[in-house]
Design a protein around this ligand. Sequence first.
Ligand SMILES: Cc1ncc(COP(=O)(O)O)c(C=O)c1O
Length: 395
Amino acid sequence: MSKWQELEQKYFMRTVERLPVTLVKGQGARVWDENGREYLDFVGGWAVNSLGHCPPVVVGAIVEQAHTLIQTSNQFYTIPQIRLAELLLQNSCLDKVFFCNSGAEANEGAVKLARRYGKRYLDGAYEVITTMNSFHGRTLAMVAATGQSKFQQPYVPLPTGFVNVEYNSIEAIKAATSRQTCAVMLEPLQGEGGVNLPDSDYLAVVRAWCDQMGILLILDEIQTGMGRTGTLFAYEQYGIEPDIMTLAKGLASGLPIGAILAKDRASVFTPGEHGSTFGGNPLACAAAYATLKFILDNDIAGNAKRVGQYLVSGLERLKQKFQFITDVRGCGLLVALEFSSDIAGSLVTACLDRGLLVNRVKPNDLRFMPPLIIGNSEVDEALGILDKTLSSIVS
Ligand SMILES: Cc1ncc(COP(=O)(O)O)c(C=O)c1O
């Protein structure tokens, strides 16, 4: 254990089992540890480093903004925030935005917005339907929204107002809808729950049900947004539009930011009803603007689609070779590899030893979320390491 790792053991609350590596530097799809060892990064800061590590265009924007204006209160207009809002809204189906600092905060705000809508238009309805195996964040309310008992059990009693139903079942949503319901909140495809893709018509039938009942559809695109799944936002692939959408993760290439986007009719906050000290600060917004502009100008979403298909076909070949691989699934560069037993944890360590960072999303599932700027050569390199690692398990 290095000096830094000992200090971590001494000072930190034990909320995470860290891997035994201290990262000190990153460039593109590579990171280096304190001993100068290089790794190919297929975790990407948990789907955050869309443009890779330290993308020059974002570093430039951050440096310039840091020399100009880092933070003011939201009582004042600031230009980076307004430029980002315009670019985001011009490239999505939503009309209004609120900036905050993280995914959980964006989802909290989205639920508050839906409750305000319920108070104004739905006779005080406040309940939000979410799905099993979802992930919406770590605040108490978002733990209640997240349909996974391992996140909920340590904290019961949880805030009320959430109903967790079976994923990919319109019948379950219909059965849970009552006069108290103000919204359905979904990830277009579940990330943290194991990269679970719904049936191709699921979102459309949920959309139709929400319209029929007059309730809102909130899409949590915190993991799937910003080009990750091969389009700028995943909803584009399902032929529907949400009333509210949340973003975070890849939005600012690693600077903390979150966003709630809403259709005009769902944008019902009035002054003083919601807020954030750091939300929309010029530094994070300048980084996000540079990130989004680069994604749009360079068709990074298209690259994620093409390279994602190449990754999936390579993983399919590994599936042919290794009987204990039971599934390959994903969309764009959000991809999972499933095994017949709980070997994902030991594979993460074995890949690390060979210079590849991958994520254990479930005991029997690996998840790949590399930067969206990678090409086929990085995929070949990762597949080569995986192949060797899987072969070593067999032998
Ligand atoms: C779909 C989704 N929603 C919300 C969150 C929470 O975001 P944050 O960790 O920024 O609070 C995550 C994080 O993994 C996520 O994947």
